[in-house]
Design a protein around this ligand. Sequence first.
Ligand code: NIG
Ligand code: FE
Length: 398
Amino acid sequence: MTATVITGIAELVTNDEDLEGADHSEHLGRLRNAAVIVKDGLIAWVGPASRAPEADRRRDVGGRAVVPGFVDSHSHLVFAGDRSAEFAARMTGVKYDGGGIANSVWATRAASDDDLRALVGARIEEMRAQGTTTVEIKSGYGLSVEDEARSLRIAAEFTSETTFLGAHVVPPAYVDRRAEYVALVTGEMLSACAPHARWIDVFCEPRSAHAFTEDEARVVLSAGRDAGLGLRVHGNQLGPGPGARLAVEMGAASIDHCTFLSEEDIEALAAASDTTVATLLPGAEFSTRSRYPDARRLFDAGVSIALATDCNPGTCYSSSMPFVLALAVREMGLTPAEALRAATVGSAKSLRRNDIGVIRPGSRADLAVLDAPSYLHLSYRPGVPIASTLEERGRHGS
Ligand code: NIG
Ligand code: FE
């Protein structure tokens, strides 16, 4: 396999705290005038351009900044239909309660495999065009054995980070038979879905009649664990609730949303920071006109933090990690460096991965290139398409 040396990197953010000669302020492992050698899809060498070894090919990025590709560790890309009217109603004051998920379920069930595949593919293209190199994809708009398994089969064509979310909401047909739905999710549906999933997730939210209680969520997570899946939880999104503490109790890799956390929740998450990551999804707060989680407080308390888009048709139809970074800095009190780490090495940790989110020899060669001299521009230039993956940039020159 040929080796390619990438040069013309004005600023390289590696997240590698051991990189010799790097600026280690804010844990970014930053090098100016750097070069990277890529071989077989992996990073083979990182260092100053002046010391770069020879390689078969050379690619010059023309004085741009390079950062680890974004790890979008929370998305719901397998859906059809349009819920923009729901968004418009919310902007006039209607509150989000998860009820609109049923609309996406009807539309998703009605779509053909090819239609769904094309929709997921287009959303992933959008993500890549904005610098995302890894995406986690959940099911959750099928909510029948066949439709959940189909959603995961299609998701698995695009990523290895697939999550079974049969416990997204209780479908309308089961509102008076909740226990039966939980039995279906943890029985036949789990058996059909587990072969296509790495993770299981549950929407645990006592404030939504559509979501699952703490006890129901515990049953779902236990069954998933018994089936060999890793655990993730949607919780504390609409109000205070048991999600965060349940995630810690069960050793989940991630508790996602964390909009409403108590001091006890924060303490529990800080104590579990090696195991459970708080994944913040500020695009959802933006699109539901909700308050933002206090990321600054979480960070200072020692909680492990990740950032992701939550790209979905209800609470945040945005595929943009740079948008999420800008919100994290402007609205949640993170520094640009903290936000970048949360969106790369932090979200990699929430997926229990150490081969992504960092640029060091042996890690995956997943790189994002910025049309800017420094990573600071990610949050300094919101809404401007400065980030893309290295491959994407190759298609459009330099
Ligand atoms: O993460 N909260 C639950 N699930 C999604 C929204 C799903 C929808 O409304 O379609 C979320 O916000
Ligand atoms: Fe979500």
